[in-house]
Design a protein around this ligand. Structure first.
Ligand code: GLU
Length: 468
């Protein structure tokens, strides 16, 4: 059996972090088993589905590297097929026409409410002769659901979950206006797309009972089901915008790397021993549904950032330069010169050790742009305003000016500054602190000797002179 999974978002908003995790689990499960990962856009709700939302979802999935197989399936384009299936159910006696009016249904609903009961349609047209149909009323078509016994889900995450069929009413398959319902469409699609594993949020568990009844009515084999617990915020409440439940594009804007997000989302609900860092390549070898826990996971932005910092450190420096160059260029409003890009290449190995996000990295890399620093951190400003900053900088300048071009490297710079400090009988720090502030505008940067080496003689001397 070839495994076929699917991600089936409703395009009523952006691709949020919970949806991205569902997509990831489906993707990994399919890849692990050499199967297919399909995408289905559930756009039957015409009022709430939008073209920009579809674009945002496709874009978000592509950016996350969760490429799907085949063309996406759009539910709205398949209405004829749903109607065909409903007609087959009518013909086989698994569905019936219901002529109950809106007023009747409202009465039933009000009666249930008065007794504090859940509203269940009472099946008043289930066994009635169609000849009793009122004139001019368009019927809805309902599932003739089993009344006795139980419906059981053998869920690969939740275990066995059962409900008495008496708890489920005859749901509508086709509305009186001729539109098929979402619950029917999902089943027909899963069947037609050959889906073998339905992996989705456990908020769909209740839908699954009804969907199983439709599968059974059609005599179709059930797919395997795996309902994954939802993601909660750090405070344990269901994830909302307040907790950072943003669109995937927002995480991109925060400067997070797709590989880091994939790793973080994988661990948000799945575990394998105490593995924390799992590349997608490894995840494809390891992912299984046994490793998915039964309790809700908590979204933790700090952990996501730490995971990101790890992937920043591991990234190919050139890919980071490619990612941050446009950010720096937008800020300085011009292109980076070849010399500046070369400095970024030379300095990247250190810079990438210290940045949590691409945004951090872009800011810290600004030190290698001509004319920087563009601002001073409060600590750096304080150092430069100190009474002995001028003497320290002057000593540093004179020591650095004496370095010949071919000795302008970390060791040469360090040696010259140490010797220069001795000449004026100051501690090295008295030269180094103001020099670092002058070169970087900050008190947190890669080593001073490295920064000066990467900047080159002219730019270093220029910044020291300007600050002095
Ligand atoms: N369209 C549903 C949603 O966005 C998912 C349905 C499913 O996975 O079966 O929540």
């Amino acid at each position: 059996m070839t495994v076929v999974t699917r991600f089936a978002p409703s395009p009523t908003g952006f691709l949020h972090i919970g949806g991205a995790r569902t997509a990831l689990f489906n993707y990994l499960y399919a890849k692990r088993h050499g199967g297919k990962f399909m995408l289905r856009i559930e756009d039957t709700d015409r009022k709430r589905s939008t073209e920009p939302a579809i674009e945002a979802i496709l874009d978000g999935l592509r950016w996350l590297g969760l490429d799907w197989d085949d063309e996406p399936v759009f539910q709205f384009a398949r209405v004829d097929r749903y109607v065909e299936v409903i007609e087959a159910m009518l013909a086989s006696g698994h569905a019936y026409k219901c002529y109950a009016t809106n007023e009747e249904l409202a009465e039933l609903r009000a009666a249930a409410q008065a007794e504090n009961k859940r509203f269940l349609y009472d099946g008043r047209w289930r066994d009635r002769d169609p000849s009793e149909a009122p004139e001019g009323v368009k019927p809805a078509i309902r599932l003739k659901a089993p009344k006795e016994g139980e419906t059981v889900i053998n869920d690969l995450v939740q275990g066995e979950v059962r409900v008495a069929n008496a708890e489920l009413d005859d749901m509508v398959l086709l509305r009186a206006d001729g539109t098929p319902t979402y619950m029917l469409a999902v089943v027909v699609d899963d069947y037609d797309m050959g889906i073998t594993h339905v992996i989705r949020g456990d908020d769909h568990l209740n839908n699954t009972f009804r969907q199983i009844q439709v599968f059974n009515a059609m005599g179709w084999a059930l797919p395997a089901f795996a309902h994954i617990p939802l993601i909660h915020g750090a405070d344990g409440a269901k994830l909302s915008k307040r907790h950072g439940a943003l669109g995937v594009d927002a995480y991109r804007d925060m400067g997070l790397l797709p590989a880091a997000i994939r790793n973080y989302l994988l661990r948000l609900g799945w575990s394998h021993g105490d593995l924390e860092i799992v590349s997608t390549e490894d995840a494809i070898k390891l992912f299984d549904l046994e490793g998915v826990g039964r309790s809700a996971s908590r979204f933790d932005m700090a952990k996501l950032e730490n995971t990101n910092a790890h992937y920043m450190r591991e990234s190919d420096p050139e890919s980071l330069i490619e990612a941050i160059s446009p950010m720096i260029e937008a800020k300085i409003d011009r292109s980076l010169s070849v010399a500046e890009t070369t400095r970024l290449s030379t300095g990247m190995a250190s810079l990438q050790q210290r940045a949590k996000t691409l945004l951090d990295l872009a800011v810290s890399a600004e030190i290698y742009v001509d004319g920087a620093p563009f601002s001073q951190s409060p600590k750096a400003a304080k150092v430069l305003a100190g009474s002995d900053a001028g003497a320290g900088l002057a000593a540093a300048l004179s020591a650095l000016s004496g370095i010949p071009d071919d000795a302008w490297n970390e060791e040469g710079i360090e040696a010259a500054l140490r010797a220069g400090a001795e000449v004026v009988d100051l501690k090295l720090g008295k030269l180094a602190q103001p020099l670092r502030a002058a070169l970087t505008g900050s008190d947190a940067s890669p080593s001073l000797f490295e920064v000066a080496a990467v900047l080159g003689r002219d730019e270093t001397l220029r910044r020291a002179t300007v600050a002095g």
